[in-house]
Ligand binder design. Sequence first.
Ligand code: MG
Length: 386
Amino acid sequence: MTKNIAILGSTGSIGKNALRVIQALGQDYRVTAISANSNVDLLADQTKNFQPELICLANPENYNSLKEKLADFKGKILTGPKSLIDIATLDKVDIVITAVVGAAGLPAVLEAAKKGKTLAIANKEPFVIAGEMLTKTAKQNNAAILPVDSEHSAIFQCLQAGNINEVNKIILTASGGPFRKFSPDQIENVTLKQALEHPTWNMGPKITIDSATMMNKALEIIEAVWLFGTQPEKISVLIHPESIVHSMVEFIDGSVVAQMGTPDMTLPIQYALTYPKRAKGITNRLKLDELGTLNFEKPNLETFRAIKLGFQVAKKGGSLPVVFNAANEQAVEQFLAGRIGFASIIRIIEHCLEKHNSVSCVSLEQLFDIDTWARAQVLDFVSQKT
Ligand code: MG
């Protein structure tokens, strides 16, 4: 039976890889709906190549130019941020791949969960800011949630070897990014150019900076807590610079199961689409004889305070993860714009967490209010320091 797929964020790094995977999987998988934020040219090209039934441009600015480019298109073209929900809840759609940067995709993910769609979630934000709401809604509506984040896909694959109740420890691996060997002092003088050069993974700018600060791993701790229904105490972070072991699970009997592969997002994307089956993949084969050695080490928690913060925020919960994520998004934006130094990203996040009085979030409106508050705090902090 054909699986109909919607992609939220088709012009980003994950979206483009998802389209390559779907093309290679052949006729059993069909691109039914796609959305982009503002990349009109690529969205138009993708629409011509894949002939979806529904497309959406979230940012309305270039809507007319998109319509001109697609004058012959027979499907529907929507615009505005709310149209993401139309894409995610389209009756025909079986699987929704969400790869929207930041918190913007959350309402659409929740609506898709209410419709019982299978959710292949590539970005961490839905889990980080609304983990409880999302997992509850999915459970109530029999919506399966499948990880696309490479580490979580690895853990999910390892968990095929045992039950979650038989897990002693989840070992999240991290490349350590370009500053793995840096001291806390050295990290103060990092430039934007250095921070954008990731040693093993080729990703978008936001997530590349998150890897350099290791905020990426901190957010992944929270993601794992919700995705696998486990406690932060059962998670540990291990530096593995080659990015070949994508994560591991240690079971109560002492057996450690690892998932390995070349660093290539097409693999976790494909597993989420074909699960519980596997299909021939387009990724380069792993050649361990050529690699020879794999290295593992403890993370330096003085240089990478983000990891400590990640565990603290995961344990305390409430609305802290919302602040943690929003402050980071805004601080990274400020860093990318050249307004703050690299080390200020974490300092600003710490400042926002300290100032916030955590509440237990109940509604989406409340979540977005707290998100807005945290972003404003970051801008205040930046304007006072410059
Ligand atoms: Mg990851």
